[in-house]
Design a protein around this ligand. Sequence first.
Ligand code: MG
Ligand code: MG
Length: 240
Amino acid sequence: MRHAGRITGEALLVARDAIKPGVSTKDIDVKIRAYIEKCGATPSFLGYNGFPASACISINDEVIHGIPSDKRIIKEGDIVKVDVGARYRGYNGDSARTFPVGKVSDEALRLISVTRDSFYEAMKAARAGNRIGDIGYAVESFVISNGFSVVRDFVGHGVGANLHEEPEVPNFGRAGRGARLYANMTLAIEPMVNKGLANVKVRDNGWTVVTEDGSLSAHYENTVIITDTDPILLTDVDNY
Ligand code: MG
Ligand code: MG
């Protein structure tokens, strides 16, 4: 899990360095795949339920599951979400970041930072003895207090030998409710935060999830190990 997590996190650094105006989302995907394979790992997303690429790359009002395309060109002012998984020796990492491209609006930057900070609110609640609902409550109460909303139709999850495992980890919930957390559980905790309403819909391609009201959305995800104290972040190789 540590190796898979490190490779996943490094693949996101490759994406961060490659994202600039004029580059296609396919170009980013090709670089991510090449890096993962160079490490002796395989892209967890490629072929998963038929997904045709190594990364999900979602721009602006696209929340998750954007399909890389040579026709989708990144522009100044976009916010670009990259979600990556790498499988190494039978175990998976899963991580996502939201990258601003050039000069973006102050509100977009605030959305990105609130989303990141909501993950760290979750980290305070994610420890052995607490419950899944403590994580969701921490994320949503923080996000709402900042005037944004959390996506409710898609959730975090356990991760390990399979990319998606039990338990589900919603970004909302009631403190003290849900499955208990134990040391050494490995979870993908991933706030998806909308500037407007929480409602989302799936585009005609059957994959890409977008905000129903067209507002911006941000995503921040790490694979973590639950412990008796602070969680261990496996995919955060550069603390950004
Ligand atoms: Mg992910
Ligand atoms: Mg995930």
